[in-house]
Design a protein around this ligand. Structure first.
Ligand SMILES: *[C@@H]1O[C@H](CO)[C@@H](O)[C@H](O)[C@H]1NC(C)=O
Ligand SMILES: *[C@@H]1O[C@H](CO)[C@@H](O)[C@H](O)[C@H]1NC(C)=O
Ligand SMILES: *[C@@H]1O[C@H](CO)[C@@H](O)[C@H](O)[C@H]1NC(C)=O
Length: 777
């Protein structure tokens, strides 16, 4: 058993270990060769050995075979000792090691497409912005190039300014910029004027199918005008945009300067074309390997939308666009077109899957309805069976608060109305000309949430069906619906470290005194002995009477003595305490005091004296509380009352004393959703939230007493309030006094939690049964 664990641990690092040891062995071998030959050389000098002939070892093997070549040189030079430089080291030493920021850079991976939009001072705020709106969220990188611009650059666009309005100069600068900044990172470069509409997804798709190894200059070819022999070749008309391959730009790079000086042209697209044709002998092409650069030339006199124009429908670019409105209209049109194509594609794929699944191993079963969506979750045991909720249009028969029936409200009501609406639409679509269906009522509704696919519904609908002749009849129909989970998002989270120091805060009242020794014992084994990066602070709470007598009879004297004992035992540990006097204990008031006594970047773990603090949880506390982002309220596991939970058997002594090894089984306790006493948060977050609350507190002082910290964060902060079951956090059973000053909700929660914390239903039932049994006999 242990051996297999060892093997499983070693397996992933096995190759590394072997690699390292092989490396060591080889280097040792080579060292021994060098040493040996040096040694032999020295002996050779002493002996006046014959030069040139390969000296023999004692055992008669020729030495030359095992000798590094550098030593052979020294033999030819009269045995003068000489330092032989190790060439390879010399070569790489001056080269500074460059660590790229991204793996992609290190591996030389490039993005596919760079887009440059040529705009100008006069149009950047109109057409430029329209281009940005219509293409930039489809593409990775869109850069706008302009000669000059107004003082205010549109927000969220990367604009490169060349500082001059001459068109050729700007073209030259643009290409120079692209070559200097983007050539290493992209395979394809698309340049377009801002008065052209680009169907971004199609450009992207085109580029996906082109080989970047080609010197390609692709767009709408045009003949050069005039200029005799110079007029050979074709350039790409700038209006429709053009693609340049990386390979082409690499070729062009050294000649750009020449082009600027030599080529006279009034039009930038012509100038670039001339430059490319002259120096790389590459002509503009409108088609490459069967892929066409579709374009459409807008004409004032024709309406392309109406004609169902093939060329227009397939266009990658449309030119010339006169104003932003036209750009958006074009975008709307092409987006709708794409959407239709996508829908029909989906329908085709679904049909294909259905068609093919018949021949699959388990036949029809692989393509369950709806096709293309993850099949339903299949429970392995009866505990995993997903629960169906029953509902009608008015009520739902499963409620958050545990009652069996409650009114359908809020989002649930909207949800039900929505699925009924969708069901009716679909039915009407299906029986379209023959029948018209109207809802009479929902007879039965069932829904369940399947975490692998989404929300599933089954509806029994009472419908009125009207046929074409106007006859109507009431029918019942069962429908199934799925609201699939789609578009899974990864929420970016700020980075946290496990190195943060945790300040464990324990508020302590008179009643809690007896638990302190157990608490300290657990903490000492969990944190003090392992030098966990945590500081414990006690908050001693006196009521006014106790505070008066503190000099004669300090109720916490015993606790303080215990603390001293631990401080002596662990010299590195300091346990500070803070004393407060209050008539009405309240979490927020205490926290106010503690907050003032700590720096803003302190991470607090507010706990209870019954909490078993262990390193695993402290780490979780560090990971789950994120400054200015998230606060953490763990749900601890609380033991049932020992007398109830253990029945006749005495509680296991080991588990009871350390609490660390306690089993999280359903007879031993439960996760207590009703308490919110434990919390991890940063002081700065507390302070910020507290500040947002102050206006309300001025109006109503009692808020400080009626709210707990959880409610405070939920109501007043903008942070994520993260609540999760936490197996590493364990609490012994305790009689929890509920503070009647708390708001009704919080108080109710507290009472509920105390009652449920007594024992499981079956344990309590057993006790009742025994009691009755005892009474009756
Ligand atoms: C340009 O597009 C980007 C990305 O879609 C967007 O964030 C930004 O607000 C846009 N800028 C303007 C001025 O529309
Ligand atoms: C798929 O359907 C087509 C007709 O639509 C049929 O010709 C073909 O044989 C089917 N393929 C399979 C695997 O059933
Ligand atoms: C596939 O399922 C349909 C009902 O959805 C059924 O009529 C058909 O017989 C099944 N075919 C096979 C091969 O199981």
């Amino acid at each position: 058993m242990r051996f297999s664990v060892l093997v499983s641990v070693l397996r992933p690092i096995g190759p590394v270990v072997i690699g390292i040891s092989l490396g060591f062995t080889l280097s040792l071998l080579s060292v021994s060769w060098v040493d040996e030959s040096c040694h032999l050389d020295a002996r050779g000098v002493g002996d006046g050995d014959v030069i040139g002939s390969p000296p023999q070892e004692e055992d008669g093997t020729p030495r030359g075979a095992r000798r590094p070549s550098s030593i052979a040189d020294s033999e030819e030079e009269d045995f003068d000792p000489r330092i032989v430089p190790y060439k390879q080291v010399q070569q790489s030493a001056p080269k500074k090691l460059f660590r790229a920021k991204y793996i992609s850079t290190e591996l030389g991976m490039r993005e596919r497409l760079f887009v440059g939009v040529l705009t100008s001072k006069g149009t950047i705020n109109t057409l430029g912005v329209a281009v940005n709106h219509t293409i930039s969220h489809h593409l990775d990188n869109v850069v706008f190039f302009t000669g000059t611009h107004h003082r205010k650059v549109p927000h969220g666009m990367s604009v490169v300014t060349h500082g001059d309005e001459r068109p050729i100069w700007n073209m030259y600068q643009t290409v120079k910029y692209v070559v200097a900044h983007a050539l290493d990172e992209y395979d394809w470069f698309y340049l377009v004027q801002d008065n052209a509409y680009t169907e971004a997804d199609r450009i992207k798709a085109l580029v996906e199918h082109l080989s970047m190894e080609r010197q390609l200059y692709m767009g709408v070819p045009e003949e050069f005008i005039g200029g005799g022999e110079m007029a050979e070749g074709r350039y790409c008309a700038g209006g429709f945009g053009y693609l340049l391959s990386r390979t082409l730009l690499l070729r062009l790079q050294p000649f750009l300067e020449n082009c600027r000086n030599d080529i006279l042209s009034s039009r930038p697209d012509e100038w670039l074309g001339r430059c490319i044709v002259d120096y790389t002998s590459t002509n503009c092409v409108g088609e490459h390997e069967g892929l066409k650069y579709y374009h459409y030339k807008l004409d004032k006199n024709s309406d392309p939308y109406k004609e169902g124009n093939e060329q227009f429908m397939n266009a990658l670019t449309v030119h010339p666009v006169s104003d932003p409105e036209q750009m958006y209209r074009l975008h709307k049109h092409f987006t709708e077109l794409e959407l239709q194509r996508t829908y029909s594609e989906i329908a085709k794929l679904q049909a294909e899957i259905k068609n093919v699944s018949v021949v699959a191993f388990d036949g029809n079963r692989t393509s369950q309805w709806p096709v293309g969506i993850t099949p339903p979750f299949e429970p392995k045991t009866r505990f995993e069976v997903l629960r169906w909720e029953y509902f009608t249009e008015e009520h739902i028969y499963w409620c958050m608060d545990g009652s069996p029936k409650c009114e359908l409200r809020g989002v649930d009501r909207m949800d039900v109305a929505d699925v009924i609406g969708v069901a009716l639409d679909q039915l009407n679509d299906k029986y379209k000309p023959v029948l018209r269906l109207k809802k009479q009522q929902l007879i039965n509704g069932y829904r369940r949430f399947d975490p692998t696919r989404g929300m599933e519904y089954t509806l029994d609908l009472q419908l009125e069906a009207v046929n074409q002749k106007g006859h109507s009849r009431s029918i019942a129909k069962r429908v199934h619906l799925v609201r699939p989970l789609s578009r899974i998002e990864i929420i970016p989270m700020p980075y946290v470290t496990e190195a943060t120091r945790v300040h464990v805060i324990i508020p302590l009242t008179l009643q809690d005194r007896s638990h302190v020794s157990h608490f300290l014992e657990v903490l000492a084994s969990g944190a003090f002995e392992t030098s966990e990066n945590a500081i414990l602070t006690f908050l001693f709470i006196y009521d006014p009477l106790e505070a008066q007598q503190v000099s004669q009879n300090d109720i916490f004297a015993g606790v303080k003595a215990q603390i001293n004992g631990y401080e002596r035992k662990y010299p590195a540990v300091k346990i500070p305490w803070i004393s407060v006097k209050t008539e009405t204990p309240s979490q927020i008031k205490f926290m106010d005091i503690i907050s003032k006594k700590h720096p803003v970047d302190t991470l607090f773990f507010l706990a209870d004296v019954n909490t078993n603090v262990n390193p695993e949880f402290l780490n979780r506390c560090r990971m789950n509380s994120i400054n200015n982002w998230q606060v953490f309220f763990p749900v601890h596991f609380q033991d049932f009352h020992p007398a109830v939970a253990s029945g006749d058997q005495p509680p296991a002594p080991a588990a009871a004393s350390t609490g660390a090894a306690a089993d999280l089984v359903k007879d031993a306790g439960r996760f207590d959703r009703g308490t919110f006493d434990e919390a991890c948060f940063y002081n700065s977050d507390y302070m910020a939230t507290r500040a947002r609350m102050s206006a309300d507190v001025q109006e109503n002082e009692e808020l400080l007493e009626s709210l707990d910290i959880y409610d405070m964060f939920v109501k007043y902060s903008v942070l994520h309030v993260f609540r999760a079951v936490e197996p590493a956090l364990h609490q012994r059973h305790r009689e929890q006094p509920c503070n009647p000053r708390l708001s009704e909700d919080v108080y109710h929660r507290c009472v509920q939690s105390s009652l449920e914390g007594l024992g499981s239903r079956s344990q309590l039932a057993m006790l009742l049964f025994e009691q009755e049994h005892g009474n009756s006999t």
